[in-house]
Every structure is written in C-alpha cells, then in structure tokens.
Design a protein around this ligand. Structure first.
Ligand SMILES: [Fe+2]
Ligand SMILES: [Fe+2]
Length: 214
C-alpha cells in the first residue's frame, strides 16, 4: 500500500534497489514486506503519519551488516543515512526526512537510540513482531540452521538446570530474547499482537517438549 507521497512507483523503485543488497534469508524482501504490512496495520490503529512510516518501513534494513561485523551496531544508522540519500534522489518531500531518519536509526536493538516519535515506535514494534509467532519461530530456526546451531539441549530442553546458551541451542533464543519482546513493544496495538504471538510460541514449546520427551 502506498501513501500520499510514497507512491506505487517509489515502492517498486525501492524494492529494486533493496534486492541488490539484502543480508540473509531472515532479512529478505519478504521480511521487508511483512514489516511494511505490520507497520501500516499498527500505524493506522495508532494514528501514525504514513508518509513517514511507509518509506521508513520499506527502507529500514537497506544497509546490511553481518552479525559478526564490528560495524553491526551502526547498521540502522547507516541504513537511515542511505535511505535519506535515496529519498532525496527521488525528490521525496524534504520536511519528512528527519522523522524518517529517526524512525530507521532507532528501530534496532544495537543502536540504543530512544524512539522519540510515534512513527519510530510503530516501526520498531512492526520489526520486532516479525521475531514472534509462527514467522518469528521459523526465522529463528532458519538462522540457527545457517549458523550450525543445535535445535535444543537434549537433556534439559527448558534450561531448568543449566545456563541458557542461544549461541548453541536455537530454542534457548526463545528464553534469552524472544519471550521478553512482547513486554518491550511500545504501542498498544503492537503489544496486543505481540502477546498473541508469544502465546502461540508457548504452545509450540509445549508441543515440541511433548514430542521429544516421548
Ligand atoms: Fe533491522
Ligand atoms: Fe528488519
């Protein structure tokens, strides 16, 4: 869906530009499309400015930095800078650019930038929702596979008698990071959806546990 200023042709042009530099299977064009869709849904519920939110959502991961790269914590700022440059080249209204920059720069964990606008909060929530639910579970396991992680700890799946280690076990990432996400979402609409998705993940964990301990 386009906005008043971010037209259908800008969407197509941005997708073509993004195709050339996306980092991994969990951060592909489908991730972008899901984040855009969630951002629009939450943005409408919260009354956000879609002329800021939609371009920010399309371009939020436009610069990819590998997880092991020391510049990783700068990725969202690099993305924000590159997105603004691209929007300027496409004559996007310049009064909207500072808010788009802020929304992109503050969306990630590692940048540690406080979200100061509704649009920044909505984009961050939309991006984090993609780490929850069925899609979040699939992405987590897919990335774990890419890094040669093991699915779970054979003798202590829920880590009741050991320290969590999500660099070794995919399932531990649910407890290290993902279970805390719903409570960290910033908009009411985002939190509601986050809690719904986390409940599904709890069912997934119970089901997994029942199957592997048979
Ligand atoms: Fe990102
Ligand atoms: Fe993202």
């Amino acid at each position: 869906m386009s906005s008043r200023h971010f037209s259908e042709s800008l969407i197509q042009a941005s997708l073509e530009w993004l195709q050339s530099d996306l980092q991994d299977a969990a951060h592909d064009i489908d991730h972008i499309q899901r984040v855009v869709a969630a951002a629009i849904k939450l943005g409408k519920a919260e009354g956000a400015n879609l002329d800021v939110l939609i371009p920010a959502a399309y371009l939020h991961d436009c610069v990819s930095v590998d997880k092991r790269d020391p510049r990783r914590s700068q990725a969202s700022i690099l993305s924000a800078d590159a997105a603004i440059k691209w929007l300027q080249q496409h004559d996007y209204p310049c009064e909207l650019l500072p808010e788009i920059h802020h929304a992109i720069a503050s969306h990630s964990w590692s940048a540690k930038i406080e979200t100061k606008t509704l649009e920044a909060q909505v984009l961050q929530d939309a991006d984090r929702l993609d780490a929850l639910g069925a899609i979040g579970t699939a992405r987590c396991l897919m990335l774990g596979g890419q890094w040669n992680n093991t699915l779970y700890h054979r003798d202590d799946l829920l880590a009741q008698h050991r320290d969590l280690d999500d660099k070794t076990y995919c399932l531990d990432h649910f407890f290290v990071k993902l279970q805390h996400l719903p409570g960290q979402l910033k908009t009411d609409a985002g939190r509601q959806e986050g809690e719904r998705r986390w409940r599904w993940m709890q069912d997934f964990i119970s089901q997994l546990q029942s199957e592997v301990s048979e």
